[in-house]
Design a protein around this ligand. Structure first.
Ligand SMILES: Cc1ncc(COP(=O)(O)O)c(C=O)c1O
Length: 392
């Protein structure tokens, strides 16, 4: 008999510790969940109605590998408005989610043994996807300094050696909310250009910035033939996590190969969902601004609450202020095992958080709270945490 095991690089993948913690407690009525990264409200009604009408109209067929022409036109117009420069359809591919966009980007440019640099802590998929391609992944850690997350540019440059194939950079970052400062874009892009390093920018939170209506993007400064791939998604800004639709902006030369890869991964995105997505792009600005305002208020509520908890009584909470995204990434003094603390919080306080170690070794000891929730729910979560800390 031959062994039935998967190949070694697949066996070596870490399973998601967010899932490990959540799966054990999911559905328990007395646990208040903040572990997953999504809004607790459904998709805006006008987008749901567009999908419903499209289904009724019979939009149930296969579509072009790269996405329907009308959606790619709508996306090109949206990106042009957002970034203030033309981004033509020859640079666009529609994908079946943001995570699928990352996988396709990796399949397109990464070969076994390639050296890849990932800035972390980061959503686990960003580091595991290159590992599926049998890449060697090196991480560069963000640091929490004076209440904010920062990226040490010199350390990043030192890690981006000439033999590096790709840099994966997620800004605004999940889980920390760190957002790439506009003035850091040119030095990073120049360095990648000099050494032929692919820059894979995971931009799924770009509309969820707390300082502007969008975070700084490499798309605003890159040339058409730069080795830049921007991956994005409808999930976060339009509250469409369950729809599984995303996109890629890439150099024109890469789009046809991406179409071939799309054929062999998922073939195409669902027909009627593309109609709903076009509607989101064309009519969704108000909904996006509302979500951004809600998240900014929720950020202030949760970070403010955590900071108060860390007050003179000295429970020692460190809660850097996120500049974007939908998460508070914080630590409680003395926590060295985030999974153990996340499990303890579930058992003894009914509070469901994601363990920071899920986001790489550099997240060990930290906890992630998705604050994309109603204010009452965040307030109840803070009450439960306060009660837990007072009994420690
Ligand atoms: C950093 C980051 N990239 C990509 C995604 C993927 O989003 P989706 O696959 O829902 O489009 C997520 C989802 O949490 C994320 O946090």
């Amino acid at each position: 008999m031959y062994p039935t095991a998967a190949r070694p690089d697949v066996l070596a993948l870490r399973s998601s510790q967010i899932r490990e913690v959540a799966n054990a407690a999911i559905g328990q009525a007395d646990v208040l969940p903040f572990w997953f990264g999504e809004s607790d409200l459904p998709t805006p009604l006008f987008i749901r109605e567009a999908a419903a009408q499209a289904v009724l109209a019979g939009e149930t067929f296969y579509t072009h590998n790269l996405g329907r022409a009308d959606l790619r036109e709508a996306l090109s117009a949206y990106l042009g408005r957002l970034h203030g420069r033309a981004i033509g359809t020859e640079r666009l591919a529609i994908t079946n989610s943001g995570v699928s966009a990352l996988m396709l980007a990796a399949q397109a440019v990464i070969s076994p043994g390639d050296r890849v640099v990932v800035v972390d802590p980061v959503w686990p998929n960003v580091a595991e996807i290159p590992r599926i391609m049998s890449a060697r992944v090196q991480t560069v850690a963000l640091c929490a300094e004076s209440g904010r997350w920062t990226l040490d540019l010199d350390r990043l440059m030192a890690a981006l050696t000439p033999d590096t194939r790709a840099l994966f950079l997620n800004s605004p970052n999940n889980p920390t909310g760190w957002t790439l400062p506009a003035e850091h874009r040119a030095p990073i892009l120049d360095h990648c250009r000099r050494h032929g390093i692919w820059l894979i920018a995971d931009d799924v939170y770009e509309r969820l910035s707390f300082t502007a209506d969008k975070a700084p993007s490499f798309l605003e400064i890159a040339a058409l033939d730069d080795r830049l791939i921007s991956t994005n998604s409808f999930s976060k800004a339009w509250r469409m996590t369950g729809w599984r639709l995303g996109w890629i902006v890439a150099p024109p030369e890469l789009i046809a190969p991406l179409g071939v890869l799309l054929e062999y991964n998922t073939s195409c995105a669902p027909d009627f969902i593309q109609t709903a997505a076009a509607s989101a792009l064309e009519h969704g600005e108000i909904a996006v601004s509302e979500l951004r305002a809600e998240l900014r208020a929720a950020r202030d509520q949760v970070i403010g609450g955590l900071t108060t908890l860390s007050g003179p009584s000295g429970s020692g909470i460190e809660a850097p202020v996120p500049d974007g995204g939908m998460y508070a990434f914080f630590r409680i003094a003395g926590c060295t095992d985030a999974v153990a603390m996340a499990n303890d919080l579930i058992e003894r306080a009914g509070l469901g958080l994601a363990p920071g170690s899920a986001f790489g070794e550099d997240g060990q000891g930290w906890l992630r709270w998705c604050f994309a929730a109603r204010p009452e729910k965040n307030a109840e979560g803070l009450r439960r945490l306060a009660a837990y800390l007072s009994h420690r």
